[in-house]
Design a protein around this ligand. Structure first.
Ligand SMILES: O=C(NCCCCc1cc2cnccc2s1)c1cc(-c2ccc(F)cc2)cc(O)c1O
Ligand SMILES: [Mg+2]
Length: 214
């Protein structure tokens, strides 16, 4: 039977990256997506912006919405301090299976918990299921029409604290207009746009970084 794109991406990692070396896993995926097949990873250009925000925040508890093949999960986890953890939600079980193998190849499974299911159901259960108090950093990269409702859900569930950072991918392409309007106009957020390009293309895209003011 035909392989899927995530399976081919995983094979490229296993062929070209060194076990236990997260940077070589990131490089192997970027090369695969540039030379062979486009895939919806945050990519190398936006990935550098992601790295700089993670390094600046130095988060202990991270939530990622949208794992896909684990590219940004590996990028983030490779920059976390020793006891820090990242919970990453993925809706598609086939993607989750691939992501776990990419994460294992990078040797980062101890820092990462891949959780399968819809964000709307899991966010209200974060405290009881995972003992989370609040998130220091949330990376939004899932259904673009869920960014706003899930941000409000995170607020209502008390999962954000004064200074929590929301970093959102794809605010231009595919675009998240209602989310942008909210974080840019709400008195509860201080927002900043990082202009970049859609992964592996020349199309405009960018990341929106928003600080929750409490
Ligand atoms: O759709 C995108 N990402 C979301 C898919 C994950 C679905 C999930 C829902 C869900 C619900 N609950 C929990 C976990 C999850 S994961 C996406 C799409 C493009 C793109 C595609 C074509 C194109 F021409 C131009 C851009 C680029 C990107 O960087 C993306 O991230
Ligand atoms: Mg994205």
């Amino acid at each position: 039977t035909q392989s899927t794109r995530p399976q081919r991406l995983l094979h490229a990692v296993q062929k070209n990256a060194t076990r236990g070396d997260p940077r070589s896993v990131v490089k192997a995926i970027d090369n695969f997506c540039r030379q062979k097949e486009w895939a919806m990873n945050v990519g190398d250009e936006k990935g550098c912006i992601l790295d700089s925000v993670v390094s600046e925040v130095n988060p202990v508890t991270v939530l990622e919405l949208g794992t896909y093949c684990g590219y940004s999960t590996v990028r983030i986890a490779s920059l976390l301090p020793p006891r820090a953890k990242i919970i990453t939600l993925e809706f598609n079980p086939d993607y989750a299976k691939i992501a776990r193998q990419v994460i294992a190849w990078a040797g980062l499974e101890d820092k990462i918990q891949v959780v399968e299911g819809p964000s709307g159901e899991w966010i209200p259960k974060m405290k009881e299921q995972f003992g989370v108090k609040t998130f220091d950093l949330v990376f939004l990269d899932h259904w673009k029409d869920r960014y706003l409702p899930d941000t409000k859900l995170l607020e209502d569930c008390g999962l954000l604290r004064k200074g929590s950072i929301l970093l959102a991918d794809n605010v231009i392409c595919p675009g998240t207009p209602d989310y942008l309007e909210y974080v840019r106009n709400s008195p509860r957020y201080k927002s900043q746009y990082f202009k970049s390009h859609l992964e592996y293309t020349k199309a405009e895209d960018g990341l929106e970084k928003s600080v929750f003011l409490g």
